[in-house]
Design a protein around this ligand. Structure first.
Ligand code: AMO
Length: 447
């Protein structure tokens, strides 16, 4: 049997016999001639009926059961998986890729039910209920190819720099970020918590002498919100590195990773992004603007919007306003907001030597939405304990975490970045539901 060819490779082949496999996307029955649009993971091609259907092979029990003896092309239901053999023909008039295949045989591998639970205009909940069908759409397929390219570019940069990839446990004995948004699960006779972040364990790698590390893995937040950017489980991109002078070193690495990721996506998928999403992907210039939070609030105020609480983080409207400002002033989609007040940062963020009210930390905003938090961490145990007490925490409760700092620790820092948010903003999608393989929210645990 001839070897299966991916549809995207057909145009480059010479005319002649080919075999393709995929699912039926459309059937156009024109009485004397029938057309099928067949799609596989790489693209779509038009098939033209020029032959007979293959009878099921009695030697092959699967085909015996599944191939209806009476199938005709017009009976091929949308979604049916088939293997087709035929003659490849280049034909400029074929809009779909300039090639078509004259069918010789179609083998029905598995038939689809005739009803199609998702339509192009189905709402997001229906689409998520039938996510596997929704993912057959080329736009959705592209999201995950973009994700693969983006992560590969980040990994390549980390690996070139000698960073070590780690996998940290998601079952924890205590909270990993804050007491809020914590999932508790039964754990034999006791209880456990789902990791909200690999924060403590990526810092442990610093005490372990690993230098630079990274992790791409799940994070869980019992966040009862229904916004476009919150999930109860998301993929967190985390990195941490030793021997930094300040959070500036973390921001530099962060920029390099973003630029590497976007450059790779633009190179590999730029055209498709334009075609399927109308997105003209911009690779930002380095350095990204850095604006202290207090200054950012002033800028936003001068644009006519006042962030409600002076001692709080930017709110979503504030983030949108500062994004509009950097777009106008610097022509970029990215901005680091820096120098967060210690009252709104976790105890492990290092304070600014000159103004201990401020932390050596930042948020990265992409197109008006926060995608990351990063910081230099406090590595001196006495200071760290004092900062924990300052927050009303009992250092003894931090148990094993504080032990990491008792046997020597280099200066270090890092960041966490939500992968699904980055993709949502990069692909100009309305929600992370579109850029998460299987979204998890307060109302969604299925499929
Ligand atoms: P933070 O809590 O800001 O920081 O989280 C880092 C990034 O993770 C993403 N994120 C989310 N994405 C989807 N749904 C959620 N519910 C959700 N919560 C967070 C965001 C956010 O910017 N340990 C620190 C990071 C560090 O300092 O290294 C942390 O977890 O994109």
């Amino acid at each position: 049997m001839t070897e299966r060819v991916l549809i995207k490779d057909l145009a480059a082949r010479e005319d002649g016999p080919v075999r393709v496999s995929g699912w039926v996307e459309k059937v156009r029955d024109q009485r004397y001639v029938q057309f099928v649009v067949l799609r596989d993971e790489s693209g779509a091609v038009q098939l033209v009926n020029g032959g007979v259907l293959r009878e099921p092979d009695p030697e092959n029990p699967r085909s015996d059961i599944l191939v209806p003896r009476t199938t005709t092309i017009s009976e091929l239901t949308h979604g049916t998986f088939v293997t087709v053999e035929g003659e490849l023909q280049h034909n400029e008039r074929v809009k779909l890729g300039g090639v078509e295949i004259q069918i010789e045989t179609i083998e029905v591998v598995t038939k689809s039910l005739p009803d199609n639970p998702v339509a192009d205009d189905s709402n997001i909940d229906v689409r998520l209920d039938w996510r596997f069908l929704d993912l057959r759409r080329p736009e959705q397929n592209l999201v995950f190819r973009v994700q693969t390219t983006f992560l590969h570019a980040l990994r390549t940069l980390w690996v070139e720099r000698g960073f070590i990839e780690i996998q940290t446990p998601k079952l924890m004995a205590s909270a990993s970020e804050s007491r809020a948004e914590l999932f508790e699960v039964e754990y034999f006779e006791g209880k456990a918590f789902l990791a909200q972040s690999p924060q403590f364990f990526k810092q442990m790698a610093q005490a372990a002498g690993f230098g630079g590390i990274f992790e791409v893995g799940p994070a869980f937040r019992a966040d009862h919100s229904f916004t476009s950017r919150h999930a109860t489980e998301f993929t967190s991109i985390d990195t941490e590195l030793s021997w930094i002078d300040s959070h500036e070193d973390v921001m530099e690495l962060h920029e390099e990773l973003i630029v590497a990721g976007l450059t790779a996506v633009k190179e590999k998928h730029g055209e498709e992004l334009q075609k399927l999403f109308g997105v003209d992907l911009q690779v930002p210039a380095r350095p990204f603007p850095r604006i202290p939070l207090a200054e950012a609030k002033e800028i936003v105020k001068s644009r006519g919007y006042e962030v409600p609480r002076a001692d709080a983080d930017m709110d979503p409207e504030g983030e949108r306003q500062i994004a509009a400002y950097v777009k106008e002033e610097f022509g970029t989609d990215f901005v680091f907001l820096t120098d967060y007040d210690s009252s709104i940062r976790p105890f492990y963020h290092m304070r600014n030597e000159e103004n201990p009210q401020l932390t050596k930390s930042y948020d990265l905003i992409y197109r008006g939405t926060e995608i990351s938090t990063g910081a230099q961490r406090e590595h001196r145990i006495e200071v760290l304990e004092a900062q924990a007490r300052d927050k009303g925490m009992d250092p003894t409760e931090l148990g094993f975490y504080l032990d990491f700092f008792r046997y020597g620790m280099p200066s270090h820092g890092g960041f966490g970045m939500g992968l699904n948010r980055v993709l949502m903003l990069m692909l100009e999608q309305p929600s992370i539901r579109e850029t998460t393989y299987l979204f998890r929210g307060p109302n969604r645990l299925l499929p």
